[in-house]
Design a binder for this molecule. Structure first.
Ligand SMILES: NC(=O)c1ccc[n+]([C@@H]2O[C@H](COP(=O)([O-])OP(=O)(O)OC[C@H]3O[C@@H](n4cnc5c(N)ncnc54)[C@H](OP(=O)(O)O)[C@@H]3O)[C@@H](O)[C@H]2O)c1
Length: 306
């Protein structure tokens, strides 16, 4: 006799979302889409209206919002605002024994301070970082990083999975989610800025942005390979290679600066790169490959040669 597979039982969880900006609203929508019992609060109350239409309960105060659920997800502009909302006697009374999941962006130090505060108040605390735009929240690809006590993450893994299929637990070092978030933002913004700078140079010579994009797409694979190579070199603190020396890169940067000047394009972005490359050359890495700039960024001087 064939066994019938039962669909996994759905257990709705009561969850509160504090902060209904672009991201907080997306988080609340994702919880609702997964049929959880959602309470929302926002300073500007009108932003709750579409969510109430979609089935959320609107709390009149942060205190009521904290009382409504055992899990409180915070997503406001910064930690200072989050602290101002949570750190009052009336709210703390409702939070004690519950779990706060901080999805506001911050720094590792802010996360450590928040964890210490939560421990003093007998609140379980997870610090998270959303690696997605609001439109990606709730999709299988959406990556959200979490740090904190493993048992707290495991207790809420299924609920947090509603926000994105790629919920990554980084471990108990509470600063790790924001550290990785800010590192990825550093990479992403620099890459996007590089794309814009290149687009400005193309425009100066009458090359269409579509042609530029087509060529840039081919470059993406090279950049992915460069990141892999850089990671290997960094892990060995050894930047010797046979592809392109930093001296050769410096000469390419010289051309970029000259072209920027000739074309009337801002040179600030390239100047920063030139100063880092010059710093690495001055530290003795001229014959090494581009990832040697890592040593300048880390302010290290441990030159290793083959
Ligand atoms: N948007 C993204 O793509 C993205 C991606 C990853 C992470 N994040 C992070 O998510 C967090 C929220 O971003 P967002 O895009 O949702 O920003 P947003 O649309 O500007 O929303 C900001 C939120 O903070 C609240 N807020 C600001 N000042 C406040 C105050 N003094 N008191 C009470 N509430 C206050 C706002 O309330 P009002 O509505 O009343 O102004 C709103 O709920 C940020 O930490 C951001 O870095 C965003």
């Amino acid at each position: 006799m064939s066994e019938q597979i039962q669909p996994a039982e759905h257990r709705p969880v009561a969850v509160t979302v504090l902060g209904l900006g672009h991201m907080g609203s997306a988080l609340a929508r994702a919880f609702l889409a997964n049929r959880h019992t959602v309470t929302v609060w926002n300073r500007s109350a009108a932003k709750a209206e579409p969510l109430v239409h979609a089935g959320a309960q609107q709390a009149k105060s942060v205190q009521d919002a904290a009382a409504a659920s055992d899990v409180i997800v915070v997503c406001v502009v910064d930690y200072a605002v989050s602290n101002s909302l949570l750190d009052s006697r009336a709210v703390l009374e409702k939070l004690r024994g519950k779990t706060v999941v901080q999805l506001t962006s911050g720094t590792p130090q802010r996360a450590r301070e928040a964890e210490a505060w939560a421990r003093r108040q007998e609140i379980s605390y997870l610090d998270g970082a959303i690696i997605s735009y609001p439109s990606g929240v709730g999709t299988p690809e959406c990556m959200i990083l979490y740090a904190g006590p493993e048992e707290v993450f495991e207790a809420h893994r299924k609920l947090l999975g509603s926000l994105g299929g790629n919920a990554v637990f980084l471990g108990e070092r509470i600063g790790s989610a924001s550290a990785l978030d800010l590192s990825l933002l550093t990479f992403g913004f620099a890459a996007n800025m590089g794309f814009l700078h290149g687009a400005a140079l193309c425009e100066a010579e009458g090359i269409s942005v579509d042609s530029y994009l087509e060529a840039a797409n081919a470059l993406m694979a090279i950049i992915a390979g460069d990141s892999l190579k850089a990671a290997k070199m960094i892990s060995k603190s050894n930047y010797a290679g046979h592809e392109a020396s930093l001296e050769v890169c410096a000469s390419a940067f010289g051309n970029i600066l000259r072209f920027s000047d000739e074309a009337g394009v801002h040179r600030a972005g390239s100047e920063l790169l030139v100063s880092l490359v010059k710093g690495a050359i001055a530290s003795g890495y001229g014959g090494h490959e581009f990832p040697a700039v890592f040593e300048v960024l880390c302010k290290k001087k441990n030159l290793k040669t083959n």
